[in-house]
Design a protein around this ligand. Structure first.
Ligand code: FMN
Ligand code: MN
Length: 455
């Protein structure tokens, strides 16, 4: 399987073939129950789940399609070890989207009084969440002056049949909104629900990897190996994926904010009620028998969507300064965001320390960097710990840097919003004395145990 899937439906079929997806036919409530099953399945390293009887209208919900690196790699048609390099290539060789005349996402169109968000199986997740939340919606809009397009994720709380609250922190969509608001005009948005790996990871690629105006659809094309097919929306001029399951069209009015929350954020704690942007929906379009895509905050799937895009970005940025940077793991335990293991092919004494500084510079969320040698797999926690046990001496090899900007979800920020970063240089000194030669048993690497363990 060396090609990427073409839609969420194709991805579901591929996962099923691989034995990585289970179908749940028994009825399940969209309030807490589905999220509870999905979270349990996530914690126990279970498969992706397709629920076929969700809520009063027996909707379909899929969750976990991108819950592991293996699933992401399978959807892209690459080996898991090639994932970061493949992604880096999509950033350097993006492929522009193409506009199609029509697509399955327009098989059903509802406008005016027919719009009822409460008919969708939108999930209520955590105990104190303020109600149903769209958690995997990809929002697209276009800058009113420059025509530059953007895709990004934003959590959205359902507030009635045709209204949402949307959280837009100061990144690219916020910049577009400010331009509309300065003209006292609403920002048109379309919200894409139910897409496959290339689109999901393209939307998760943040400004730290690509500048404003870098078309995320072209990153999706780069990941897929061919241009995205887009169709024009029914009630606004935006372009959306032709094979998306569901699209909500609407606008964000200028100068209007209303309460959103509480919501359990990815780090596992609640954000309280806050005034946020308002979204009014002008159309719902969807495929026949659509599959709504769920996402549990803080799940492996959510952390991967948020964090995996940092790997190619950091790898590219760090290699600019230190040629020997070989591979990096933005680890799951660090919420795919805060902790990084970097493997370097050390060429100069000092590469280890400088790799720490380069990692801090490559992404501001990084709080812990562990640098290991080229022969240590950064994805093997035992090997990494062993490198620390062998080659890390805190007095000389620890770097502590206080006073940088912290991430808002961090529970231990200073009053000024700063944090302290730490780096551990666990690389061996160059040209060790002969006594430091790694002990090897002649022939051990080439023993085929099958020939010896026959009894
Ligand atoms: C599942 C998920 C949920 C997210 N929720 C929000 C959100 O509610 N508000 C927000 O501003 N960013 C949110 N983000 C982060 C941005 O969508 C993400 O950083 C995106 O890549 C930013 O794109 P941009 O650089 O084009 O602005 C979320 C990311 C993910 C993966
Ligand atoms: Mn962007």
């Amino acid at each position: 399987m060396n090609t990427a899937v073409g839609s969420l439906r194709e991805q579901i079929a591929r996962l099923r073939e691989l034995g990585a997806l289970s179908t749940v036919e028994r009825p399940v409530s969209p309030v807490h129950e589905l999220a509870a099953v999905a979270q349990r399945c996530d914690v126990e390293n279970g498969p992706a789940l397709l629920f076929t009887d969700v809520g009063k209208r027996s909707g379909r919900v899929v969750i976990g399609t991108d819950g592991t690196r293996d699933r992401v790699a399978a959807a892209l048609g690459v080996e898991v070890g090639e994932l970061t390099e493949r992604y880096a290539r999509a950033l350097t060789d993006p492929i522009r989207p193409v506009e199609a005349g029509s697509g399955p996402v327009h098989e059903n169109v509802r406008t005016g009084d027919e719009i009822d968000l409460t008919e969708l199986p939108i999930l209520t997740h955590f105990e104190h969440d303020g109600g149903p939340y769209i958690t995997s919606g990809i929002v697209t809009s276009v800058h009113p002056h420059t025509g530059e397009r953007n895709l990004s994720y934003h959590r959205m709380q359902v507030k009635g049949a045709q209204e949402l609250r949307m959280v837009i922190v100061p990144r690219h969509l916020h910049r577009i909104y400010e331009a509309y608001e300065a003209m006292d005009r609403p920002m048109p948005v379309s919200i894409v629900l139910g897409v496959d790996t290339p689109l999901r990871f393209a939307a998760g690629t943040s400004g730290s990897a690509v500048p404003f105006g870098f078309d995320e659809y072209a990153i999706a094309g780069g990941l897929r190996g061919r241009g995205e097919e887009l169709v024009r929306c029914v009630t606004n001029d935006l372009l959306v994926p032709a094979h998306a399951e569901i699209v909500l069209e609407g606008y964000v009015p200028a100068h209007e904010r209303a309460d959103e929350g509480p919501f359990a954020e990815f780090a596992g704690y609640y954000k309280g009620v806050t005034p946020r942007h308002v979204v009014r929906i002008t159309a719902i379009t969807h495929r026949h028998d659509p599959v709504y895509q769920g996402l549990v905050s803080g799940s492996a799937e959510q952390l991967l969507l948020m964090g995996l895009p940092n790997e190619p970005a950091m790898l590219t940025a760090m290699r600019g300064g230190i040629a020997g940077v070989r591979s990096i793991n933005v680890t799951q335990g660090g919420l795919h965001k805060f902790h990084v293991v970097v493997s370097v092919d050390k060429q100069h004494e000092g590469d280890g320390k400088d790799a720490i500084v380069a990692a801090f510079a490559a992404h501001r969320d990084v709080k812990l960097v562990v640098v290991v040698d080229h022969d240590v797999d950064p994805f093997d926690p035992v090997a990494v710990e062993r490198a620390v046990a062998t080659w890390f001496r805190a007095g000389e090899d620890l770097v502590v840097l206080a006073g940088g900007k912290g991430n808002p979800v961090d529970k231990l920020l200073t009053a000024a919003g700063t944090t302290t970063r730490m780096g551990m240089d666990a690389t061996a000194p160059l040209a060790p004395a002969s006594a430091d030669t790694r002990a090897v048993i002649p022939g051990a690497a080439h023993i085929d145990l099958g020939e010896w363990l026959v009894g």
